[in-house]
Design a protein around this ligand. Structure first.
Ligand code: PLP
Length: 367
């Protein structure tokens, strides 16, 4: 038997093997209906039931109260940058954006294109000389009458993540959060948020569906004159069926939700995620400086672990040799370089342990 392959891709990312096996079994004939899920009307009772169960299981996993609506939209998190501004900032003078890395910077730029409200930068990630850190929530400079405060809780590219899940005190604008690369990885209180969105391809399923969780009262803000396909209200009013949803990705997301429930839910997976992240950061910190991660301990991501040797040629060699040992997709993002190990929910602890072992072995040979 060949050694297992571990996929550290940042996204589209690893999926639980059990989920893929179920999908394989159900590929040609979904539960005796004679239809493949991929070739089934989105209005059929069978698909409506798949959608309903996916939604209910997500509600259970995240404890989502009934006054929050769940949508599975298309267009990825990137489309949400624009939809958030179009739908929620209408009639406001300002909206606030916290910029802590690649994705929240792009979000702030893109939000400005579709609203007359001025996008204020409420906080910027500190670029310390020897380490990067995140601006404390208490230091965000929020305008009380802003439409919302947008931030990305885990910066996938930079490997920065808020250690405590941010929340704002009463009387401040609703928090809007890009949770693409960490949703379902740890417990948090949905009630602290106005809107949450997440592209599926990191921690939920294959690319093509984007989860949006929106507090009902915010739907009243959606302007009447924007195209329906960009309107949260139109999507909610038509029960997510304004146009054909991404049926297969929704089915796959539903399988992942069921898998997660079978693991014991978010609380259980959070404990595993902590252990996985600690295993890699220990390998980095225990290397006597051979591997470096220059992010403040309070801001280190438990989902995307970035590290480097300080020598670009050696980094290349690391990625190449790791790949030959079945440890795949470890190359850092093009603007960051070095290595990045994305260790979402579906990455087993054994994969992380294999990587830590390889790191020690590589250091013995090249350190
Ligand atoms: C991947 C990612 C995005 C972009 O998602 P798309 O689905 O490609 O639009 C946005 N934000 C975060 C935090 C991400 O990780």
């Amino acid at each position: 038997m060949s050694a297992p392959i571990y996929n550290f891709s940042a996204g589209p990312a690893v999926l639980p093997e059990a989920v893929l096996r179920t999908a394989q079994q159900e590929m040609l004939d979904y539960k005796g209906t004679g239809f493949p899920v991929m070739a089934m009307s989105h209005r059929s009772d069978t698909f409506l039931s798949i959608l309903h169960h996916a939604e209910q299981d997500l509600r259970t996993l995240l404890n989502i109260p009934n006054h929050y609506k769940i949508l599975f939209l298309q267009g990825g998190a990137t489309t949400q940058f624009n939809m958030v501004a179009m739908n929620l900032a209408h009639g406001f003078k300002t909206a606030d954006a916290v910029v802590t890395g690649n994705w929240s910077r792009i979000a702030a730029e893109q939000m400005q294109r579709l609203t007359d409200a001025q996008i204020r930068i409420a906080a910027l990630a500190g670029e310390g000389s020897d380490h990067q850190s995140l601006p404390a929530v208490a230091d965000w400079d929020i305008a009380e009458d802003s439409a919302f405060v947008h931030f990305a809780i885990n910066e996938t590219v930079n490997g920065l993540q808020y250690k405590e899940v941010p929340k704002l005190s009463d009387g401040l604008p609703p928090l809007v959060c890009d949770m693409s690369s960490e949703i379902l990885s740890r417990e948090f209180d949905v009630n602290d948020y106005g809107l949450i969105y997440a592209g599926a391809q990191k921690n939920i399923g294959p690319a093509g569906a984007t989860v949006v969780i929106i507090r009902e009262d915010l739907l009243e803000r959606c302007p009447d004159d924007i195209p329906d396909v960009f309107s949260y209200r139109a999507h909610v009013n038509r029960n997510g069926m304004h146009n054909t949803p991404a049926t297969y990705p929704i089915y796959m997301a539903g399988l992942v939700f069921r898998w997660l429930l079978a693991q014991g839910g978010v609380k259980q997976i959070e404990a595993v995620n902590k252990l996985k992240a600690a295993t890699l950061y220990d390998a980095i910190d225990g290397s006597g400086g051979f591997y470096r991660n220059n992010i403040h301990p309070d801001a280190r991501s438990k989902m995307n672990v970035v590290f480097q040797t300080g020598d670009a040629e050696l980094d290349k060699k690391f990625v190449l040799e790791a790949g030959l040992r079945g440890l795949k997709e470890l190359k850092g993002y093009k603007t960051v370089g070095g290595m990045r190990a994305s260790i979402y929910n579906a990455m087993p602890l054994a994969g992380v342990e294999a990587l830590a072992e390889f790191m020690r072995d590589f250091q013995r040979r090249y350190g």
